[in-house]
Design a protein around this ligand. Structure first.
Ligand SMILES: Nc1ncnc2c1ncn2[C@@H]1O[C@H](COP(=O)(O)OP(=O)(O)O)[C@@H](O)[C@H]1O
Ligand SMILES: [Mg+2]
Length: 324
């Protein structure tokens, strides 16, 4: 395992040296590759449309991609998601993203990528499994947005501004790391969020919240039996996050809270969460509490902002202890 991992690092960094090594090996493997070709026409099919995936045909990437091709079946249109998947594939899986997935596979965080469960403005979320067969959620952040795509054509190829695409990717990567760190910080205080399981560049792996076919519904979409209980739990979530983890969620809407009949509310989407010292932390906190109060009122509770704010800031949390 270690060897393969190091090979990969080398491959990513030292193209020339690897090319030499590969060409030697590829001779002895020629026969096998020939046999495999019939089963693997996906790469060829990608190429005909845009030429965007030309790189996959390069010798040094080809065998790597063949390696993960089988494990990407669900999103590559061989499963039941055919026509969506090709578009999803085009949108999400650029070269560096595939490499990140490959790396996470080598590190035994991901075994398979099965099917998309949701798409947002910033990311696609996929159902996958880890090497033990446990379901995982793979959140793949888009590395370009429409505006950026439009602008980049005027920038790319102009030497004075080379590196811009890179800088955009760096920003995305930082955003992903922020989400991961916020998740572990909240989990550390016993709060119900998906545990982060691994990260590489724009790919974040975490606990999967849902069943075999779909993620848990959003709190927004369900009517709960006991709104008071749910309200109290979520108010305590905000209090613990603020008082103990020193974090404000920042987008605490019933769209970013999933509902499980067994576990209750589970909070997701914490990339935008900020620490208390952020200049807008208090403004965000008031907004989060307001959203919760609105949800409460919609569900028949008689709750109000001032009181809820007071609770979040002053709730006695001596029973809350940091987890190992
Ligand atoms: N850990 C997870 N398990 C299952 N589904 C998830 C998970 N995280 C996100 N999702 C699904 O993906 C959707 C978008 O995720 P979210 O983190 O809210 O990203 P965005 O920034 O695009 O809003 C969620 O509404 C939910 O349906
Ligand atoms: Mg969201």
């Amino acid at each position: 395992m270690k060897d393969r991992k190091e090979n990969w690092d080398e491959l990513a960094i030292n193209k020339n040296r690897n090319r030499k090594g590969k060409s030697k090996r590829s001779k002895s493997k020629k026969k096998i590759n020939q046999d495999e070709r019939d089963d693997h026409d996906f790469i060829d099919s990608l190429e005909t449309s845009t030429g965007k995936y030309e790189w996959m045909k390069e010798k040094r990437y080809k065998s790597l991609f063949r390696d993960i091709e089988n494990k990407l079946q669900g999103v590559m249109g061989k499963g039941s998601f055919e026509w969506v998947d090709r578009r999803v594939f085009d949108q999400v899986f650029d070269r560096l993203t595939l490499m990140s997935i490959f790396k996470l596979m080598k590190n035994e965080v991901i075994d398979t990528v099965d099917f998309p469960v949701a798409r947002g403005k910033e990311a696609h979320v996929f159902h996958g499994t880890d090497p033990n067969g446990k379901p995982i959620a793979i959140k793949i952040f888009h590395t370009s947005n429409a505006v950026f795509k439009n602008l980049i054509q005027y920038i790319e190829g102009d030497r004075r501004f080379s590196g811009l695409r890179r800088r955009h990717r760096d920003l995305v990567d930082i955003w992903v790391r922020k989400e991961q760190r916020n998740l572990s910080r909240l989990a550390k205080w016993g709060l119900k969020v998906p545990q982060p399981l691994g990260i590489h560049k724009n790919v974040l792996v975490m606990d999967y919240l849902g069943n075999d076919t779909s993620p848990y519904p959003k709190l927004r979409e369900v009517s709960v039996e006991n709104p008071q209980e749910v309200y109290d739990e979520l108010l305590e979530f905000l209090a613990v996050a603020w008082q103990k983890a020193n974090l404000v969620h920042g987008d605490f809407s019933p769209f970013n809270i999933l509902w499980s009949d067994e576990v209750g509310p589970i909070v997701i989407d914490v990339g935008q969460a900020v620490i208390q010292t952020h200049p807008k932390a208090q403004e965000f906190l008031i907004r989060d509490v307001t959203r919760l109060v609105e949800w409460g009122n919609k569900n028949g509770l008689d709750v109000e902002l001032a009181e809820a704010m007071y609770e979040v800031l002053n709730m006695d949390l001596t029973h809350i202890v940091e987890q190992e």
